[in-house]
Ligand binder design. Structure first.
Ligand code: PDD
Length: 279
Protein backbone atom coordinates (compact mmCIF):
# COMPACT_ATOMS: atom_id res chain seq x y z
CA UNK A 1 0.00 0.00 0.00
CA UNK A 2 1.23 3.45 -0.93
CA UNK A 3 0.43 6.41 1.34
CA UNK A 4 1.04 10.14 1.08
CA UNK A 5 3.05 12.04 3.70
CA UNK A 6 4.26 15.65 3.45
CA UNK A 7 4.90 15.74 -0.28
CA UNK A 8 5.94 12.13 -0.84
CA UNK A 9 4.21 8.95 -1.96
CA UNK A 10 5.72 6.21 0.21
CA UNK A 11 5.27 2.54 1.07
CA UNK A 12 3.07 2.33 4.18
CA UNK A 13 5.93 1.08 6.41
CA UNK A 14 8.18 3.99 5.47
CA UNK A 15 5.68 6.72 6.33
CA UNK A 16 6.66 7.83 9.84
CA UNK A 17 5.61 10.80 11.97
CA UNK A 18 7.68 12.14 14.90
CA UNK A 19 6.36 11.62 18.45
CA UNK A 20 6.15 15.40 18.89
CA UNK A 21 3.51 15.68 16.18
CA UNK A 22 0.67 17.74 17.63
CA UNK A 23 -1.84 15.30 16.19
CA UNK A 24 -0.30 12.58 18.35
CA UNK A 25 0.14 14.78 21.47
CA UNK A 26 -3.03 16.91 21.41
CA UNK A 27 -5.27 15.57 18.61
CA UNK A 28 -4.55 19.03 17.19
CA UNK A 29 -5.64 18.35 13.65
CA UNK A 30 -8.44 17.92 11.12
CA UNK A 31 -9.45 15.02 8.91
CA UNK A 32 -11.75 14.14 6.03
CA UNK A 33 -12.97 10.94 4.44
CA UNK A 34 -14.14 10.72 0.80
CA UNK A 35 -15.56 7.57 -0.75
CA UNK A 36 -14.24 6.07 -3.98
CA UNK A 37 -16.69 4.26 -6.26
CA UNK A 38 -15.74 2.82 -9.67
CA UNK A 39 -12.35 4.51 -9.20
CA UNK A 40 -13.88 7.99 -8.82
CA UNK A 41 -14.11 10.17 -5.73
CA UNK A 42 -17.69 10.73 -4.53
CA UNK A 43 -18.92 14.30 -3.78
CA UNK A 44 -15.25 15.05 -3.10
CA UNK A 45 -15.24 18.80 -3.62
CA UNK A 46 -17.76 19.17 -0.79
CA UNK A 47 -15.45 17.16 1.49
CA UNK A 48 -12.48 19.34 0.50
CA UNK A 49 -14.54 22.48 1.16
CA UNK A 50 -15.39 21.16 4.65
CA UNK A 51 -11.69 20.32 5.22
CA UNK A 52 -10.82 23.91 4.36
CA UNK A 53 -13.53 25.21 6.69
CA UNK A 54 -12.45 22.93 9.59
CA UNK A 55 -8.80 23.99 9.19
CA UNK A 56 -9.83 27.66 9.20
CA UNK A 57 -11.81 27.20 12.43
CA UNK A 58 -8.63 26.08 14.24
CA UNK A 59 -6.23 28.50 12.46
CA UNK A 60 -4.31 25.95 10.41
CA UNK A 61 -3.53 27.32 6.94
CA UNK A 62 -4.77 24.90 4.30
CA UNK A 63 -1.53 23.48 2.87
CA UNK A 64 -3.11 22.91 -0.57
CA UNK A 65 -5.56 24.45 -2.99
CA UNK A 66 -8.60 22.36 -3.92
CA UNK A 67 -7.09 21.42 -7.34
CA UNK A 68 -3.84 20.39 -5.60
CA UNK A 69 -5.76 18.19 -3.16
CA UNK A 70 -7.66 16.57 -6.03
CA UNK A 71 -4.40 15.94 -7.87
CA UNK A 72 -2.85 14.26 -4.82
CA UNK A 73 -5.97 12.19 -4.09
CA UNK A 74 -6.25 11.08 -7.71
CA UNK A 75 -2.61 10.04 -7.81
CA UNK A 76 -2.96 8.12 -4.53
CA UNK A 77 -6.08 6.31 -5.76
CA UNK A 78 -4.27 5.42 -9.02
CA UNK A 79 -1.06 4.27 -7.30
CA UNK A 80 -3.11 1.95 -5.09
CA UNK A 81 -5.32 0.72 -7.93
CA UNK A 82 -8.31 1.55 -5.72
CA UNK A 83 -11.68 1.09 -7.39
CA UNK A 84 -13.93 1.06 -4.30
CA UNK A 85 -13.24 2.27 -0.77
CA UNK A 86 -12.14 5.39 1.05
CA UNK A 87 -9.51 8.10 0.91
CA UNK A 88 -8.55 9.43 4.37
CA UNK A 89 -6.92 12.88 4.60
CA UNK A 90 -5.41 14.41 7.74
CA UNK A 91 -3.69 17.71 8.50
CA UNK A 92 -2.18 18.40 11.93
CA UNK A 93 -0.52 21.52 13.31
CA UNK A 94 2.85 19.85 12.80
CA UNK A 95 5.82 18.90 14.92
CA UNK A 96 7.15 21.04 17.77
CA UNK A 97 8.29 20.73 21.40
CA UNK A 98 5.21 20.02 23.56
CA UNK A 99 3.38 23.21 24.49
CA UNK A 100 -0.39 23.71 24.48
CA UNK A 101 -0.29 27.05 22.65
CA UNK A 102 0.38 27.08 18.91
CA UNK A 103 3.97 26.59 17.72
CA UNK A 104 5.67 29.52 15.93
CA UNK A 105 4.22 30.69 12.64
CA UNK A 106 5.87 28.81 9.80
CA UNK A 107 5.83 25.43 11.57
CA UNK A 108 4.98 23.03 8.77
CA UNK A 109 1.70 21.11 9.12
CA UNK A 110 1.78 17.33 8.84
CA UNK A 111 -0.21 16.28 5.78
CA UNK A 112 -1.12 12.63 5.39
CA UNK A 113 -3.42 10.54 3.19
CA UNK A 114 -4.12 6.85 2.83
CA UNK A 115 -6.64 4.68 1.02
CA UNK A 116 -8.73 1.78 2.32
CA UNK A 117 -10.30 -0.79 0.03
CA UNK A 118 -13.88 -1.37 1.19
CA UNK A 119 -17.21 -2.43 -0.28
CA UNK A 120 -19.31 0.72 -0.02
CA UNK A 121 -21.97 0.16 -2.70
CA UNK A 122 -22.82 -3.58 -2.51
CA UNK A 123 -22.67 -3.57 1.30
CA UNK A 124 -24.65 -6.58 2.63
CA UNK A 125 -25.60 -4.62 5.76
CA UNK A 126 -27.61 -2.26 3.56
CA UNK A 127 -29.74 -5.23 2.45
CA UNK A 128 -30.61 -6.47 5.93
CA UNK A 129 -30.45 -3.10 7.68
CA UNK A 130 -28.33 -2.18 10.68
CA UNK A 131 -29.16 -2.53 14.34
CA UNK A 132 -27.96 0.37 16.50
CA UNK A 133 -27.89 1.47 20.13
CA UNK A 134 -28.15 4.89 21.74
CA UNK A 135 -25.49 6.31 24.07
CA UNK A 136 -25.01 9.63 25.87
CA UNK A 137 -23.20 12.26 23.78
CA UNK A 138 -19.98 12.90 25.71
CA UNK A 139 -18.34 15.31 23.23
CA UNK A 140 -17.11 18.89 23.31
CA UNK A 141 -19.12 21.87 22.01
CA UNK A 142 -17.59 22.35 18.52
CA UNK A 143 -18.70 19.17 16.80
CA UNK A 144 -19.06 21.09 13.52
CA UNK A 145 -15.24 20.88 13.26
CA UNK A 146 -14.04 17.55 11.85
CA UNK A 147 -11.33 17.21 14.50
CA UNK A 148 -9.18 14.09 14.92
CA UNK A 149 -10.09 14.26 18.65
CA UNK A 150 -12.54 11.34 18.49
CA UNK A 151 -12.31 9.70 21.91
CA UNK A 152 -16.03 10.04 22.69
CA UNK A 153 -16.84 8.51 19.28
CA UNK A 154 -14.33 5.69 19.89
CA UNK A 155 -16.07 4.88 23.19
CA UNK A 156 -19.51 5.08 21.56
CA UNK A 157 -18.52 2.83 18.63
CA UNK A 158 -16.93 0.34 21.02
CA UNK A 159 -20.18 0.16 23.00
CA UNK A 160 -21.93 -0.60 19.72
CA UNK A 161 -19.34 -3.24 18.85
CA UNK A 162 -19.65 -4.83 22.30
CA UNK A 163 -23.44 -4.93 21.82
CA UNK A 164 -22.94 -6.60 18.44
CA UNK A 165 -24.47 -3.72 16.46
CA UNK A 166 -23.21 -1.44 13.71
CA UNK A 167 -23.56 2.09 15.08
CA UNK A 168 -24.36 4.16 18.17
CA UNK A 169 -26.54 7.26 18.01
CA UNK A 170 -25.47 9.87 20.54
CA UNK A 171 -28.13 11.56 22.65
CA UNK A 172 -28.04 14.90 24.46
CA UNK A 173 -30.87 16.73 26.27
CA UNK A 174 -33.30 14.02 25.13
CA UNK A 175 -32.51 14.60 21.43
CA UNK A 176 -30.43 12.49 19.04
CA UNK A 177 -27.42 14.56 17.95
CA UNK A 178 -25.90 12.19 15.34
CA UNK A 179 -24.23 8.80 14.98
CA UNK A 180 -20.71 8.19 16.25
CA UNK A 181 -19.54 8.48 12.63
CA UNK A 182 -22.75 9.31 10.75
CA UNK A 183 -25.79 11.60 10.52
CA UNK A 184 -29.09 10.31 11.97
CA UNK A 185 -32.42 10.41 10.10
CA UNK A 186 -35.91 9.11 10.75
CA UNK A 187 -38.99 8.90 8.52
CA UNK A 188 -42.24 9.64 10.34
CA UNK A 189 -45.38 7.54 9.90
CA UNK A 190 -46.66 10.49 7.86
CA UNK A 191 -43.73 10.01 5.44
CA UNK A 192 -41.65 13.07 6.40
CA UNK A 193 -37.85 12.88 6.52
CA UNK A 194 -36.53 14.25 9.82
CA UNK A 195 -32.95 15.17 10.64
CA UNK A 196 -31.38 17.55 13.11
CA UNK A 197 -30.68 21.09 11.83
CA UNK A 198 -27.04 22.11 11.49
CA UNK A 199 -25.36 23.85 14.43
CA UNK A 200 -22.15 23.54 16.43
CA UNK A 201 -23.75 20.44 18.06
CA UNK A 202 -23.09 18.15 15.08
CA UNK A 203 -20.94 17.67 12.00
CA UNK A 204 -22.42 19.14 8.80
CA UNK A 205 -22.52 15.82 6.97
CA UNK A 206 -21.70 15.93 3.28
CA UNK A 207 -23.85 12.85 2.65
CA UNK A 208 -26.63 14.48 4.72
CA UNK A 209 -26.61 17.45 2.38
CA UNK A 210 -26.71 15.28 -0.74
CA UNK A 211 -29.53 13.13 0.68
CA UNK A 212 -31.60 16.21 1.61
CA UNK A 213 -31.17 17.51 -1.94
CA UNK A 214 -32.14 14.13 -3.45
CA UNK A 215 -35.13 13.85 -1.10
CA UNK A 216 -36.32 17.30 -2.06
CA UNK A 217 -35.99 16.49 -5.78
CA UNK A 218 -37.97 13.28 -5.14
CA UNK A 219 -40.73 15.36 -3.53
CA UNK A 220 -40.37 14.00 0.00
CA UNK A 221 -41.44 16.20 2.92
CA UNK A 222 -38.41 17.43 4.91
CA UNK A 223 -38.30 18.49 8.54
CA UNK A 224 -34.98 19.79 9.90
CA UNK A 225 -35.65 19.61 13.62
CA UNK A 226 -34.61 17.80 16.78
CA UNK A 227 -36.03 14.35 17.47
CA UNK A 228 -35.91 12.19 20.58
CA UNK A 229 -35.07 8.50 20.99
CA UNK A 230 -38.71 7.75 21.80
CA UNK A 231 -39.81 9.43 18.55
CA UNK A 232 -37.19 7.38 16.66
CA UNK A 233 -38.51 4.17 18.23
CA UNK A 234 -42.00 5.03 16.94
CA UNK A 235 -40.77 6.07 13.47
CA UNK A 236 -41.77 4.28 10.27
CA UNK A 237 -38.13 4.15 9.14
CA UNK A 238 -34.69 5.19 10.31
CA UNK A 239 -31.31 5.41 8.64
CA UNK A 240 -27.92 7.01 8.92
CA UNK A 241 -25.63 8.57 6.33
CA UNK A 242 -21.87 8.98 5.92
CA UNK A 243 -19.15 8.90 3.29
CA UNK A 244 -18.47 5.27 4.19
CA UNK A 245 -22.02 3.98 4.79
CA UNK A 246 -23.83 6.13 2.17
CA UNK A 247 -27.49 5.64 3.21
CA UNK A 248 -27.68 2.84 5.79
CA UNK A 249 -31.11 1.54 6.86
CA UNK A 250 -31.68 1.07 10.61
CA UNK A 251 -33.98 -1.81 11.58
CA UNK A 252 -33.61 -1.82 15.38
CA UNK A 253 -32.72 0.79 18.00
CA UNK A 254 -31.82 -0.40 21.52
CA UNK A 255 -33.42 -3.73 20.66
CA UNK A 256 -36.74 -2.17 19.54
CA UNK A 257 -37.73 -3.06 15.99
CA UNK A 258 -38.23 -0.04 13.70
CA UNK A 259 -41.17 -0.14 11.31
CA UNK A 260 -41.48 -3.60 9.78
CA UNK A 261 -37.98 -4.62 10.87
CA UNK A 262 -36.52 -4.40 7.39
CA UNK A 263 -35.19 -1.46 5.33
CA UNK A 264 -38.04 0.94 4.60
CA UNK A 265 -39.19 2.08 1.15
CA UNK A 266 -38.07 5.71 1.52
CA UNK A 267 -34.68 4.62 2.83
CA UNK A 268 -34.14 2.13 -0.01
CA UNK A 269 -35.17 4.77 -2.55
CA UNK A 270 -32.76 7.33 -1.09
CA UNK A 271 -29.91 4.79 -1.10
CA UNK A 272 -30.61 4.06 -4.78
CA UNK A 273 -30.77 7.77 -5.64
CA UNK A 274 -27.51 8.34 -3.77
CA UNK A 275 -25.78 5.46 -5.58
CA UNK A 276 -27.03 6.80 -8.93
CA UNK A 277 -25.61 10.21 -8.06
CA UNK A 278 -22.30 8.72 -6.87
CA UNK A 279 -21.90 6.79 -10.13
N1 PDD B 1 -17.45 10.16 9.63
N2 PDD B 1 -21.14 12.77 12.00
C1 PDD B 1 -19.95 12.35 12.45
C2 PDD B 1 -19.63 12.50 13.90
C3 PDD B 1 -19.03 11.76 11.56
O1 PDD B 1 -17.83 11.34 12.00
C4 PDD B 1 -19.37 11.61 10.19
C5 PDD B 1 -18.43 11.04 9.17
C6 PDD B 1 -20.64 12.06 9.78
C7 PDD B 1 -21.08 11.96 8.34
O2 PDD B 1 -20.42 12.92 7.55
P1 PDD B 1 -20.19 12.67 5.99
O3 PDD B 1 -21.51 12.38 5.40
O4 PDD B 1 -19.64 13.98 5.53
O5 PDD B 1 -19.24 11.53 5.88
C8 PDD B 1 -21.48 12.66 10.70
C9 PDD B 1 -16.43 9.67 8.73
C10 PDD B 1 -16.98 8.87 7.60
C11 PDD B 1 -15.38 8.93 9.52
O6 PDD B 1 -15.05 9.44 10.57
O7 PDD B 1 -14.89 7.89 9.09
Amino acid sequence: RIVYLNGDFLPFAEARVPIMDRGFLFADGIYEVSAVLDGRLVDNEAHLARLDRSLGEIDIANPHTIPEWIGLQTELVARNGLTEGLVYMQVTRGVYERDFAYPPAGTAPTVMMFTQAKTVAANPLAETGARIITVPDLRWKRRDIKSVALLAQVLAKQQAAAAGVAEAWMVEDDAVTEGSSSTAFIVTKGGALVTRPLSTALLPGITRKAVLRLAEEAGLALEERLFSVSEALEAAEAFYTSASAFVMPVVAIDGHVIGEGHPGAHTRRLRELYLDMAR
